[in-house]
Design a protein around this ligand. Structure first.
Ligand code: PHB
Length: 379
């Protein structure tokens, strides 16, 4: 990894677009560093990936490009929004297969994001109308969510027992196995944005007094046990994790995000996983943006595998972070959603389609999904 970074410095950036330089991520040869960020699009009816996702993902595939699929529920307690896909049944696996195939046919590398919403859910998404599960029994405080619900819709969760935590770890293991069976090249554990894994890590959510709560080591025990189990199941060289220590989204703040992020980045080294993917907080001003970009450097320097950053990057920011060695890869969400040919647009330094927020989470199989134009509309 060091060597690759040096190569970029030595060759200079004049005439080169850093985001479009190749990168070797473990056994995967990436032709560029523009990653499709995982994004829920709420178009997977009946919690099952749908054929219209074939076009959506293949539009965003380039040979040697790296794509991370939308959050996919790991068990029947994992869902919290309408029309998010699952990866816990045979039927889910079969539904994903043609989508993964289409990405592979175009030469893409495709990971499945394994997700559990934890307490960001309500009775209607749970088996037998049970309460959702979490590390705590305290509900989310009032806040608006992507499906238009507010905090009042989030009931007090069931506080997992230690035995039940082991079961959830097994569910993640099973989901990882399913993802590989569906043809995915690997999995990303969703440990961000206030969902179950993040709930354990954050001291403003986790109020446990057993070995899963209190100290940093205890709060990170569940995520690290998950990493260990999933890596054991499918091989560490196919496992990544997404973290957002700085985010307080879904009422998930932490009193010391620097310490949390650094602890996780270091602790992950023990498992030799492929990558660590970190979301930076959304920033308003350029000044704040620069200050925050810097804040991930301790994590970047502590973690020995591939380091991916995300969070409101544009092409210029992305090129800067790569050329300065602040990351190996940059994940783009909203820009990639609205520009299926984003790497090409970065190459040509062309204008970008604007995203339409009002269609992010509609259930429409075309509008706001597969109808964003390419530069060359014949493609
Ligand atoms: C997120 O990571 O913010 C996220 C995950 C799953 C969803 C929606 C948002 O369905």
């Amino acid at each position: 990894m060091e060597e690759q970074r040096e190569e970029i410095y030595e060759s200079g950036t004049i005439g080169i677009i850093p985001l479009l330089t190749p990168y070797k991520m473990g056994k995967f040869d990436l032709s560029h560093r523009v990653v499709l960020a995982p994004q829920s699009r709420l178009r997977s009816y009946n919690f099952t990936a749908q054929p219209h996702a074939i076009l959506y993902y293949s539009q965003r595939t380039t040979p040697g490009g790296f794509l991370i699929g939308e959050a996919s529920g790991i068990s029947d307690t994992a869902q919290g929004y309408p029309n998010t896909p699952g990866i816990w049944t045979k039927e889910h696996v079969e539904a994903w297969k043609p989508i993964v195939n289409a990405v592979h046919e175009k030469g893409g590398i495709f990971f499945c994001q394994l997700w559990h919403a934890g307490r960001v859910s309500n009775y209607s998404y749970q088996p037998n109308g049970s309460p959702p599960i979490s590390c705590t029994d305290q509900p989310i405080k009032s806040e608006f969510h992507i499906d238009g619900s507010d905090g009042a819709s989030f009931p007090p969760p069931h506080r997992l027992t230690v035995e039940e935590i082991s079961q959830v770890i097994n569910d993640f293991r099973n989901a990882a196995k399913n993802a590989i069976e569906a043809g995915f090249d690997g999995v990303e554990i969703h440990g961000a944005n206030g969902y179950l894994v993040d709930q354990f890590m954050k001291d403003q959510v986790n109020d446990r007094t057993d070995e899963y709560g209190g100290s940093l080591a205890n709060r990170c025990r569940f995520p690290l046990q998950l990493v260990e189990a999933v890596a054991d199941e499918i091989g560490a060289d196919r496992v990544g994790i997404r973290l957002s220590p700085y985010a307080d989204y879904n009422d998930s703040g932490d009193s010391n995000p620097e310490a949390l992020g650094f602890y996780m980045a270091e602790a992950l080294n023990k498992y030799n996983i492929l990558y660590c993917h970190v979301i930076e907080p959304r920033m308003v001003t350029q000044f704040e943006k620069l200050a925050t970009r810097k804040s991930l450097l301790p994590m970047r320097n502590a973690f020995r595998g591939t380091f991916i950053v995300a969070g409101g990057y544009d092409g210029e920011d992305g090129n800067n972070v790569i050329s300065q060695g602040g990351a190996d890869l940059v994940a783009f969400g909203r820009l990639f959603l609205a520009n299926p040919d984003l790497p090409r647009r970065f190459e040509l330094i062309s204008t970008l389609n604007k995203y339409d927020r009002s269609t992010f989470y509609t259930f429409d199989p075309v509008v706001g999904y597969t109808d964003y134009p390419f530069l060359d509309s014949n493609k």
